[in-house]
Design a protein around this ligand. Sequence first.
Ligand code: ADP
Length: 294
Amino acid sequence: MNNQHTPGETPQFSTELLASVSHEMRSPLTSIKGYAETLLRHEQRLAPAERHEFLLAIDDASNRLMLIIDRFFELSQLEAGTLPLVPNTIPMVPLVREAMHAIPQRCQGLSEPSAQADTACALHLEYSSVYADEEEPLMLGDRRRVREALDYVLENAVLYSPDTCTIDITVRPLTLVRDAQEFRKQLHAALLPQYGPSLFHAAQLNLPGIEIAIDDHGIGIADDHLAAIFERFYRVDTRLAREVNGLGLGLTMCKYIVEQHGGQIWVESQVDQGSVFHLWFPLYTPTEKEKLCQ
Ligand code: ADP
């Protein structure tokens, strides 16, 4: 799908955009209908193995369709701030490791069949020596959603890179100075009480946090598109982007999730050199809380 609008403009539901969205939904639906019709028409003549293959194809296309619909629904909840968050303390290093290991399988099926050939990306994780104990660092948030944010960025790193590529993931501590009011405004309602009101007396917060940098060596993004890639339905028109199935929603959803956890996301990129996406989350263990409230 390709929807282009001037960076900075709010994307309108143009005829072109609606056409692209319906195309994205029509293609799995066409598969489902085709396979189901064949099964109905030739049920008696098909060998059990063939019937099974057709059912698998129907199941696969239904999953793709469900994913698209789920993403639309989730985006509407994220925009309205009504996506429920289940707060917990999350050990971050194991979570990053888990997302990294799941990536090869997640990326299968996201590209057009012709582009799927031999995706063999090597992912390397490096984490700061201050995190010797893997149970640390801990952040406060919804594990499933934070994992989802990591998945979107990792998926893109693989999909917008050549078939054989290296992706470097670095996890390190980083303290950011944040405006207290802005931080409070972004934070999801479910997390606010856990931070406690005393935190917001200061105008600025010195927030100890964790930075996850995902560095690919892929196609990169031109400067004039960089700000717009976080807008919904925005896709940069490149040959590779045309081969990758996508709605232009992943980074929008990722930004919402990160910000509703009090975090930040930013990107540096150079065309043909690659991109580094930085995800930052405040750390919030009992010790951090004591330090913050002093
Ligand atoms: P989708 O991948 O579904 O198109 P996203 O919101 O995840 O949507 O990304 C928006 C656009 O940003 C992509 O279409 C692509 O053009 C660009 N993009 C995102 N991540 C990368 C990356 N790591 N390298 C190059 N381009 C990227």
